[in-house]
Write a protein that binds this ligand. Structure first.
Ligand code: WTA
Length: 664
């Protein structure tokens, strides 16, 4: 990042600024009108379960629950005995209560000039029609439906239609490859897929349906594919299996009688990377998840449904999209912006045009995007009126103080509180965050546990660390939005999250408490990387690489990167005499990168692949990842005495310097 891009807050100036402003106190005006008042922490701490029960009163229940929490570690059930319908809570109730004309979504297409306004009444009609359509395709409660779609309103409608009829959805990010899609369809045993013919990316129409067609070659149980026409043009069509959305959905009745489901009825499965090659299907259920997402959305973003325009700039294919584009905001009856494209589609000021045009008041995005915007420079936001913004949020990875300060100064014009929110696919909703109007903020810190959440930082033995010390982030008590398990694998659920520290949920993140006791997140402590806020497992990529015929062994590490947070660097040894010459080598590297893209998806493409005659290993045969990370980050090498062959590392290092061309 060059000096001029961050303008006045680089280097020493930044250090001085951070020193001077270690805290940003909430403004009085904000504090007075904030949804969360200071007593909230104490109220929740006195009896967290009762506090969540009080928040659950905001939902519309067909039948009230009998028991708020049944906790049989590590299995939780919330609002036991209660019955409700998720889609009714997101849509019908707002129409019934007289808010039918309120806008649910301002949808902004990637091609400039394309937009749609969808009121709660429109949404109700669309969801009802889609629910009928799914029923016509034979979908019944409990059956899984996979959704592989671009960021178009029909994606939200598809999710809500599934929820309405009790069919858990499994949304797969549109950037995943057909192989990755197939693996997720098989694991969830989804029988119906909802997709689109294609999607727009930076002005180009890219096909999507061919990936579904390819995936379905290995998914014999799928009987129907419902296809939205988005980009137009030719598509391959399988008669009897494929059906156009406009043929099937549009002719359905716009009224649909909802059924109430148990509070613990499965709402969705979302696949995320773990430390093994196989992604985990994280299971979320209905009532607890809705209570958690709506409550956090209301307090953390200080949501005023009458006046706020809320924008989560994320994809529906990730949990952030599920919780803060769809479920939380809709339960709260808010008006959201939903944008289909990338931040630079139609110009590097595209986001700021959207903020200005729709008078966005709350913006929620990821540090990696903030750093990209920062690299482009402040002239882009400066050329638009951003005065509608009153609160900013960050999610997905640790935010570096420079990016935090830039966000505050150039987007928030020094008068928007910033909420740095820590959470995970598994937690369902935000867990650690400041509360605007109450909590002072510090650039780079997520600060403290949300009310009703018992988070802690512990040492190797599971004991709380004192202020000023680092350790592992854990959650000590169950919370409403917590995952209810890993689809089809209860043992893996227990092993992954509940065995490292007995009785505590282990998040996989390192954290520290500063001298004031505030929490800072330090990144993953396992083999999971965070690339542009996307979770990708080192093992998953290694698995893909060794699946390539010429590859003998592979080791993948996440090296720090100024924009994407971490970047994927792979060390690969080849079989026998392959890749002897320089040209063979570069060809192989490029083939391998493509191979990873087809196996997992373009987001998993290594930034750099280093061919090496051997991998550094300890005497017990374990690959020394720490050392490889040092090499990848061009750092001084540490202690290599435990290496089987110390010269290997030198070789790797030299190889790296000799082949800068493999870096992209
Ligand atoms: C990381 C995304 C620091 C963390 C909602 C976590 C963060 C993983 C933050 C979950 C934050 C998320 N500060 N790190 N504010 N938010 N993370 O499942 O490592 O895609 O474990 O959920 O992202 O990623 P996931």
């Amino acid at each position: 990042m060059s000096n001029d891009t961050i303008g006045s807050i680089q280097g020493e100036a930044l250090a001085a600024l951070l020193h001077e402003h270690r805290h940003f106190s909430p403004s009085e005006a904000f504090a007075k009108s904030a949804n969360a008042q200071p007593s909230i922490y104490e109220e929740a701490a006195q009896d967290p379960v009762a506090w969540w029960a009080k928040e659950a009163e905001h939902l519309k229940w067909e039948k009230r629950w009998d028991t708020t929490l049944e906790w049989d570690l590590p299995f939780a059930k919330w609002f036991v005995g209660g019955k409700l319908n998720a889609a009714v809570n997101c849509v019908d109730r707002h129409v019934e209560e007289g808010r039918g004309d309120k806008v649910a979504y301002y949808w902004v297409g990637e091609p400039e000039g394309e937009h749609r306004v969808i009121t709660y009444r429109d949404l109700l009609a669309m969801v009802s029609q889609a629910a009928h359509a799914l029923e016509e395709l034979g979908v019944t409660a409990g059956e899984r439906v996979a959704i592989y779609m671009p960021m178009i309103p029909e994606a939200v409608v598809a999710m809500l239609a599934c929820a309405r009829i009790g069919a858990p959805h499994s949304v797969v990010f549109g950037g995943f490859s057909s192989e990755a899609l197939a693996g997720r369809i098989q694991d969830a045993d989804a029988r119906v897929i909802i997709t689109a013919d294609g999607q727009f990316r930076r002005g180009t129409a890219l096909p999507l349906k061919p990936q579904v067609d390819a995936a379905l070659e290995t998914c014999p149980n799928v009987r129907s594919v419902l296809v939205v026409r988005r980009t137009g043009g030719e598509v391959n069509w399988v008669e009897g299996r494929d059906v156009w959305w406009h043929d099937l959905v549009d002719r359905q009745s716009t009224t649909h009688t909802p059924e109430a489901f148990d509070a613990e009825h499965p709402l969705y499965i979302m696949y995320t990377s773990g430390t093994t090659a196989r992604p985990k299907g994280i299971l979320h259920t209905t009532a607890g998840y809705l209570v958690h997402t709506a409550t956090t959305h209301r307090y953390i973003f200080d949501l005023k449904p009458e006046s706020d325009i809320f924008w989560t700039a994320a994809d529906i294919g990730w949990v952030t999209g599920h919780s803060y584009i769809v479920y939380g905001p809709l339960v709260n009856g808010s008006t959201s912006v939903m944008y289909e494209g990338t931040p630079d589609a139609g110009g590097k000021d595209r986001w700021w045009k959207i903020v200005e045009e729709y008078k966005v008041s709350i913006l929620y995005t990821a540090p990696t995007t903030i750093r990209t915007l920062m690299k482009w420079g402040e002239s882009y936001p400066a050329s638009h009126d951003l005065s509608s913004l009153r609160l900013l949020g960050s999610v997905g990875e640790p935010i570096n103080p420079e990016a935090w300060m830039w966000y505050r100064k150039y987007i928030g014009r020094d008068n928007c509180p910033i909420v740095d929110t820590w959470w995970q696919t598994e937690t369902g909703g935000i867990m650690i965050t400041p509360l605007p109007g109450i909590t002072s903020t510090k650039p780079g810190a997520a600060m403290r546990a949300f009310p009703g959440i018992d988070a802690d930082v512990v040492d190797d033995h599971g004991d709380s660390v004192p202020n000023g010390a680092g350790g592992y982030l854990v959650i000590r008590k169950p919370w409403p939005g917590m995952l209810r398990g890993i689809w089809g694998d209860p043992e893996r659920y227990r092993d992954t999250y509940w065995s490292r520290f007995p009785g505590m949920y282990f998040a996989g993140d390192g954290a520290k408490r500063d001298e004031d006791g505030d929490i800072w997140l330090l990144g993953r402590v396992d083999d999971v990387m965070n690339i542009s806020g996307h979770r990708i497992s080192t093992t998953e990529i290694e698995h893909a690489l060794v699946g390539y015929p010429a590859v003998a062994e592979a080791a993948v590490v996440g090296a720090s990167d100024p924009i994407t947070g971490q970047a994927i660097v792979a060390f690969v040894t080849v079989k026998g005499e392959q890749a002897k010459s320089e040209e063979d080598g570069s060809q192989l590297v490029s083939d391998l990168r493509d191979h990873v893209a087809t196996t997992i998806g373009p987001i998993a493409k290594p930034r750099q692949i280093i061919l090496t005659p051997e991998l550094p290993k300890t005497r017990s045969g374990k690959i020394m990842r720490r050392l490889l990370r040092d090499v990848a980050e061009h750092r001084e090498l540490g202690d290599v005495t435990t290496l089987l062959d110390p010269t290997v590392v030198k070789m790797i290092d030299e190889n790296l310097k000799a082949h800068p061309g493999t870096e992209e």
